[in-house]
Ligand binder design. Structure first.
Ligand SMILES: NC(=O)c1ccc[n+]([C@@H]2O[C@H](COP(=O)([O-])OP(=O)(O)OC[C@H]3O[C@@H](n4cnc5c(N)ncnc54)[C@H](OP(=O)(O)O)[C@@H]3O)[C@@H](O)[C@H]2O)c1
Length: 239
């Protein structure tokens, strides 16, 4: 049975990725910041097979957090993984540019960009070395990066777009199918989604579930612009 390492597993998109992985009969290795976050994840999973989820605590904002998890996998202390999904995010706020403090700017680049970069940099060699023929690496980016109505979460998306393009190029001919899921509407964990009238993590899970089973989609941007795109994946190959 394959395992998906999820970085940012306890958030709106992370819960969705975990659900997509479980729905596709894969196990999950979820990096969480503490026991409280682990409990939150299990609560969001509801009746789904939470015995298929292993939680490991690490500081994903530190440049050695994910690397430490990979070291434990290599040492046989944690299950080997064949797939990675990264979706660490910061504040979702409308603060205008001129009011963004230095501290707020740095914190949000640390969460929304650096943590996703560390996740890639410190897992890709492991996947390449394992040589599993169906490995994948997936990142979720947002249309806020183009619209910028919410500048704080929008600006790190610009950096993520470039990172995703570089990773698409660098893995065009490796055993790892790298893809960027570009999401253009709001997704929240099920109970929040019901309250706010937006798309739920359970509904969005279908995108990752399908992507895992689509060897033809690689080095691509998968565009999720409307609800219809949850059922039929729409993608543009970058390389
Ligand atoms: N939700 C959407 O509709 C949407 C749409 C387009 C793009 N995206 C992109 O997807 C990514 C995730 O969005 P989201 O809505 O899932 O965000 P979210 O619900 O806020 O989740 C963020 C994740 O990052 C973790 N995290 C944040 N700060 C952390 C810290 N200081 N230390 C450790 N972990 C930390 C959270 O852990 P805790 O649970 O422990 O806080 C959580 O797992 C973002 O880059 C966002 O731009 C989201």
């Amino acid at each position: 049975m394959e395992t998906v390492l999820v970085v940012g597993a306890t958030g709106n998109i992370g819960v969705s990725a975990v659900k997509g992985a479980l729905n596709s009969h894969r196990k999950v290795l979820a990096i969480v910041r503490n026991q409280q976050s682990a409990d939150k994840l299990l609560r969001h999973l509801g009746s789904l097979a939470s015995d298929q989820v292993t939680c490991i605590e690490a500081d994903i904002l530190s440049d050695s957090g994910v690397r430490g998890v990979v070291d434990q996998v290599r040492a046989g202390e944690l299950p080997p993984f064949q797939h990675v999904y990264s979706c660490v995010g910061g504040e979702y706020t409308t603060t205008p540019l001129k009011e963004i403090t230095t501290r707020q700017l740095r914190y949000n680049f640390s969460t929304s960009f650096e943590a996703n970069f560390f996740a890639y940099r410190d897992t890709i060699d492991y996947l390449l070395e394992q040589g599993h023929p169906a490995s994948t690496w997936t990142i979720c980016t947002g249309a806020q990066g183009d619209i910028a109505a919410y500048p704080v979460p929008a600006m790190p998306q610009g950096a993520l777009f470039s990172m995703a393009t570089a990773a698409c190029r660098e893995n065009a001919n490796t055993n790892v199918r790298f893809n960027e899921v570009y999401l253009a509407f709001r997704v929240e964990v099920d109970e929040d989604a019901a309250q706010h009238g937006v798309t739920s993590a359970s509904e969005f899970a279908s995108v990752y579930e399908q992507l895992l089973g689509r060897p033809d989609i690689r080095s691509s941007r998968v565009r999720v612009d409307s609800i219809g795109d949850l059922k039929e994946l729409k993608f543009e190959k970058k390389f």
